[in-house]
Design a protein around this ligand. Structure first.
Ligand code: PLP
Length: 412
């Protein structure tokens, strides 16, 4: 049978597709039972044609909504011309992507990669090399200080410094060289950083931990401390960056400029995986040919989509929408405190909402919202995360909050 653009080769029901996955797909996820078949903007549609408001946006990979016309057009144009060269050769899209991303972030140089975890891995390698070549740390002694409850990805090295036992158990032996301190604790950070420290690696807002926003002054303090102690500040903005919090970067809320910035998710416009390490020349300049690389990193399709993403952010429109609609989100959630919500944290169009455990787990609330046509994802316990596309309208946001109110009012 020939598949057309619209009809999969083997049309099946949602239930059929979910049970078909069971024997053939690794069980490393526990998705909500919705099978998405198409999407546009803030809306997705399942196999049976039911519509859902997407309040997760691919964990911020879809900041510009599904299939944003400018991004789809950039991808189509590039698909018709050139898709992959490898870095064995130059391609005619990469220079502009790097130039514009460096300009957007106010840093000098870009190392293009694909997934977020690869950007984190690359940032760690670059920081270690910087420590040996520039700072003068003795060979193989470099340390990197990270925060408890972090989420930076799933590779062996990254889970080596995770505090989530589910993410670690069974995957050792682990990579040494990391020190873990409590998040939002400058005194603990000060005590952990010494002459071996290459970098402090942090999320400016901890996403997977439940949208944990540090106290005002923390990021400024980290910047001051790392500068004073002579180590790098690596900000993992893979989830918090590119408009989500109402600014291009979450560190901008404290006017902080890190030495190394890790970007991913929304950089690929929800179309292709695109990530990057962005840093000063004094840091990324330590890499020389052959020392690090990726077959797909910086490919022309990724560069074309990434450039189109940067172009959207250059207007400031999406950052402004996140800031403006963030007020609506915050006010809406404040109105639910005591009515099923026990607490929440919000910045821009991003919130972690702690639901009264008597009403249900985060998973149960997410499943009820799904049945009412709103897609969200739980994090830990009774916390759900809201991160709609930045293209969401005020009416759509109010409607999602109304559905949340209804689900909470129905109780356990
Ligand atoms: C802050 C942060 N860093 C890194 C990653 C890993 O990104 P990826 O899943 O693309 O490897 C994530 C993913 O959720 C993230 O939130």
């Amino acid at each position: 049978m020939t598949a057309t653009a619209d009809v999969p080769a083997r049309a099946r029901t949602s239930a059929d597709l979910i049970s078909a996955e069971e024997p053939v797909l690794a069980h490393n996820y526990h998705p909500l039972p919705v099978v998405v078949a198409r999407a546009e903007g803030t809306w997705v549609e399942d196999v049976e044609g039911r519509r859902y408001l997407d309040m997760l946006a691919g964990y911020s990979a879809l900041n510009f909504g599904h299939r944003h016309p400018a991004l789809i057009e950039a991808a189509h144009r590039q698909l018709d011309r050139l898709t992959l060269t490898s870095r064995a050769f130059h391609n005619d899209r990469l220079a502009e992507f790097a130039e514009r991303l460096a300009e957007l972030t106010g840093l000098d140089m870009v190392l293009p990669m694909n997934t977020g975890a690869e950007a984190v891995e690359s940032g760690i390698k670059v920081a270690r090399k910087w420590a040996y070549e520039v700072k003068g740390v003795p060979a193989d002694q470099a340390t990197i200080v990270v925060a408890a409850e972090n989420f930076h990805g799933r590779t062996t090295t990254i889970v080596s410094f995770s505090t989530d036992e589910t993410a670690r158990a069974g995957f050792g032996p682990f990579t040494p060289g990391f020190r873990i301190v409590p998040y939002n604790d400058l005194a603990a950070l000060e005590a952990a950083v010494d002459e071996t420290t290459a970098a402090v690696l942090l999320e400016p807002i901890q996403g997977e931990a439940g949208v944990i926003i540090p106290d005002p002054g923390y990021l400024t303090g980290v910047r001051e401390l790392t500068r004073r102690k002579g180590c790098l500040f690596i900000a993992d903005e893979i989830q918090s960056g590119l408009g989500r919090t109402g600014r291009t970067l979450a560190v901008e809320h404290e006017s902080v400029v890190p030495d190394v910035l890790l970007l991913g998710k929304a950089l690929g416009g929800g179309i292709v995986p695109v990530s990057a390490v962005v840093a000063g020349r004094d840091v990324l300049g330590v890499l020389r040919p052959g020392e690090h690389g990726s077959t797909f990193g910086g490919n022309p399709l990724a560069a074309a989509v990434g450039t189109a993403v940067v172009e959207l952010l250059e207007t400031g429109e999406f950052q402004q929408r996140a800031a403006d609609l963030g007020v609506l989100l915050r006010d809406g959630l404040a109105g639910l405190v005591g009515k099923g919500v026990v607490g929440f944290r919000a910045r821009g169009l991003w919130a972690g909402v702690d639901v009264d455990p008597a009403i249900g787990t985060g998973r149960e609330i997410s499943a009820r919202l799904m049945r009412e046509g709103v897609l969200v994802k739980d994090t830990h316990g009774s916390t759900i995360r809201l991160a709609p596309p930045l293209t969401i309208t005020g009416e759509e946001l109010e409607s999602a909050l109304g559905t949340l109110a209804k689900v909470l009012a129905e109780g356990a």
